[in-house]
Design a protein around this ligand. Structure first.
Ligand code: HEC
Length: 190
């Protein structure tokens, strides 16, 4: 596997986290400081994220003594839900549900495919984590409206965003994914 190639497509932090966890699971004890030194631009994220991952790993190891075979699928979830701000008028449950839809883990959500699993954007769709908006005032109503309509004439990107990202959502799911997008945009997790 060529890491250099792969890293252009995937969130580098997520990749490093997966490698880190893989080494832990293999019984090694890699030092955080090594990772910080090797990836100075991500050092702050590594310091934030990795201790949380370790806690999760240890929790899991205690709960079931079985070897932890699951892939690092929780990376985004840990990174986000630990510190997400819940939008006014929405509930933490909505944000959690919205995250699952966003990531395609519920209701056939498509968002991460174009906006990236960490909402950092991809060549198919803009970042959603900055609270700078091209298409709305950034209110829940505004964000919800654009998700519902999609963007048929993008300003910067080549491809379009179909309504609901291409996979129709119920009212509840629309509200949940809207709450999640708002929450990501207002988190200081960058
Ligand atoms: C097929 C790719 C694609 C999918 C799938 C997709 N989007 Fe988009 N999205 C885009 C593009 C392209 C734009 C507009 C960029 C531009 O105007 O240049 C956009 C714009 C947006 C905006 C407005 C951003 C702004 O700056 O105002 C939001 C919010 C948004 N998408 C959320 C979502 C959510 C939530 C989902 C999942 C339900 C989703 N998108 C699925 C491609 C996609």
């Amino acid at each position: 596997m060529n890491l250099e190639q792969e890293s252009s497509e995937r969130d580098p932090l997520e990749q490093i986290a997966e490698l880190f966890l893989a080494r832990r699971r293999a019984g090694e004890n890699p030092a955080l400081s090594d990772y910080e030194r090797q990836h100075p631009d991500l050092a702050a994220d590594i310091r934030d994220l990795f201790p949380a991952l370790l806690m999760m790993e240890e929790g899991r190891a205690c709960v079931d003594k079985a070897p932890a075979a699951a892939p690092a699928a929780g990376v985004d979830t840990v990174r986000r839900s630990a510190r997400l701000q819940v939008p006014p008028g929405a509930s933490p449950e909505q944000v959690t549900r919205g995250e699952r839809i966003y990531l395609g883990q519920a209701s056939n959500g498509t968002c991460a495919g174009c906006h990236g699993s960490n909402a950092l954007g991809t060549p198919q769709g803009p970042p959603l984590d900055r609270n700078h908006w091209m298409w709305s005032d950034g209110s829940l109503a505004g964000i919800s409206d654009i998700i519902q309509k999609g963007v048929l004439k993008p300003r910067r990107y080549q491809g379009i965003m179909p309504p609901y990202g291409g996979s129709p959502l119920s009212k509840e799911d629309l509200a949940a994914v809207t709450a999640y997008v708002w929450a990501v945009a207002h988190s200081d997790d960058r």
